[in-house]
Every structure is written in C-alpha cells, then in structure tokens.
Design a protein around this ligand. Structure first.
Ligand SMILES: C[S@@+](CC[C@H](N)C(=O)[O-])C[C@H]1O[C@@H](n2cnc3c(N)ncnc32)[C@H](O)[C@@H]1O
Length: 285
C-alpha cells in the first residue's frame, strides 16, 4: 500500500522545517574532515518539479519555500537553506524543490556517503536515475526500516540517519520509534532525525514522548525537539496543523541556532493567528 507521493507536498512548511534542520546538521558534520554517512530510510524521489501536476494540485510550496524565497531579511541559517534550494534550481527562479537526498548531495564531500532507501517503484526509479551513479551514493528500492541494519554503524562512526515516513499507515508510528531504537542500539553516537506530523490523532500526540523516552535511555548526547504549528485542523479535525523534528544526539550548536528560529519561522509561515514554534531539549547530563 503505497498511496503517498511526496511530489504533492514538496516544499511545504513541513519540508522547510525538516530540510533546514537536515542542512544545519550536515553543515555541522562538515566542520570535521572525517567522512560521514547519511542514511535516508524514506528518501522519496530526490527532487520535485514545482511546475507539474502534483505540486500544482494544492500548491503547498507557496506557503512554505515560496514565502522564504520572496524575502530579503532571512536569518543566517534560513538563508543557507534557501541558498541550497537556489543551487538546486541553478538560479533564482523557483521551478523545482530538492528532497532530502538532494539536500544531502549538495552538502556531501568526496569522503562522505549517502545510503538512500525508497519503496515506491516510481520514486525509487527517479531517485536512482538522479543519484544512483554518483560516487559514494547507493540507492536501493527497499524497506528503509529493514535496511538500517545493513548500513549501521558506518566505518568512520560519524553518521546521520533521517527517518521520514509518510505516516499514512498507523504502523509507521511504531516503526519510526523502533527505527530510532535500533539505530541507537547499533550506533549510539548517531545523529538521528525523525520527522513527525502534527495531526489530531492519538498516535501523533504520543510519538514525541515515546521518542524522548527512547533517546533518554540510549542517546549519548540527549535529544532536541523542534515544533512548528502553522495551521488549524479542518472542521472534521483532519489536516496537517504543522510538524516537528526530533533529533537524538543533536550537534551541540543546534539548540542555540533553532531556539530563536522556530518563532521566526512560525511568523513567516503562519496560516492562522495561532501559529507558534518552539524547541525543547533533554535535561542536561
Ligand atoms: C515523506 S516522503 C519522503 C520525503 C523525503 N525524505 C524528503 O524529505 O524529501 C516518504 C517516502 O517514504 C516512502 N516509503 C513508504 N514506506 C517506506 C518504507 N517502508 N521504506 C522506504 N520508503 C518508504 C514513500 O514512498 C515516500 O516516498
């Protein structure tokens, strides 16, 4: 059952939050010469047209990346992320949007590696034709949760794991938690980034607490949770109100970067007057 296609949502507020955090983490990893491995369990197609039928259906990018590229007063880390989007477009016109594999590809160095997993046959094919032949990159049409054991720990013991399921089937909530636990069991120093939707669902409300408990038990350097609410649920209680990004073993600079940024992003991406952004972190050890 693979109904979800990320092309309908590319560049929306949730992608902005996730990709901004991913870019910050990988830029931090680049401060040391030793190579890193980035594992993307749910990689998608790698990049998306914003001019085609899928993105054109609801034009979600207009309330995400579209609002940021139009501004000239961006905070430094938002500017760095928008610059990556411009590089992916080869200029200022916003025609396409980079997925997480493209963000990682733009930041990787010759000594770094990408391990990209995508189950949907069409998106896996697009991803393979985009990045499959690049040095240091492996693309597999496979279940990203099951594949984790084959790529962890990386030989350099420097690595980032992005767990970004569609959550269209409820088992994704339990599997994302299990994937965090498995990653930290195999590789306790891993920087693990889990994207979570904000929906009016019990599973969605419970997952942050479960991730925090798992990271409290296993992560060497604690956790951070960045939450961005931009919209109201619809009258039936459906719809994405916002999203959050949970990071186990965050870079020590990440909290200071994100704490002022989340309220700024909430104002920049607000779709109602209750928009808010905040960052929580684990107690000091
Ligand atoms: C939210 S999208 C990924 C977006 C991508 N990480 C990005 O930020 O550009 C989720 C993707 O996971 C894929 N998918 C669903 N279940 C999967 C699984 N068990 N293993 C690998 N990919 C899966 C879907 O086909 C979809 O392309």
């Amino acid at each position: 059952m693979l109904a979800y296609r990320h092309g309908f949502h590319a560049g929306n507020h949730a992608d902005v939050l996730k990709h901004l955090v991913l870019a910050e983490v990988l830029a931090y990893m680049n401060a040391k010469p030793k190579g890193w491995r980035h594992v993307d369990t749910h990689a998608g197609a790698g990049g998306y047209s914003l001019l085609g039928e899928q993105a054109g259906k609801r034009r979600e990018f207009e309330h995400g990346i579209g609002r940021l590229v139009a501004r000239s007063d961006l905070p430094a880390s938002v500017q760095a992320y928008v610059d990556l989007v411009r590089r992916f477009n080869g200029g200022d016109a916003l025609r396409q949007y980079p997925g997480s594999p493209a963000i990682a590809r733009l930041l990787m160095r010759p000594q770094d590696q990408l391990r990209l997993f995508e189950l949907h046959p069409t998106d896996a094919k697009i991803l393979a034709s985009y990045l499959g032949a690049e040095p240091g990159v492996e693309v597999r049409q496979a279940d990203g949760y099951a594949a984790l054991k084959s790529v962890l720990p990386p030989p350099t013991r420097r690595g980032v794991v992005l767990i970004d399921p569609p959550y269209e089937i409820k088992t994704d909530y339990a599997r994302a938690l299990a994937a965090l636990r498995e990653t930290l069991t195999r590789f306790a120093e891993a920087v693990v980034i889990v994207w979570l939707p904000q929906l009016q669902l019990v599973e969605s409300a419970q997952l942050p607490q479960r991730l925090k408990a798992a990271a409290d038990a296993q992560a060497r350097r604690g956790w951070l949770h960045a939450r961005l609410t931009v919209a109201r649920a619809d009258a039936q209680g459906f719809g994405l109100m916002g999203s959050s990004v949970f990071v186990a073993n965050p870079p020590h600079t990440l909290h200071a970067t994100l704490a002022p940024l989340l309220p700024w992003l909430a104002t920049a991406l607000a779709q109602f007057d209750g928009a808010r952004g905040l960052v929580e972190r684990s107690a000091a050890r």
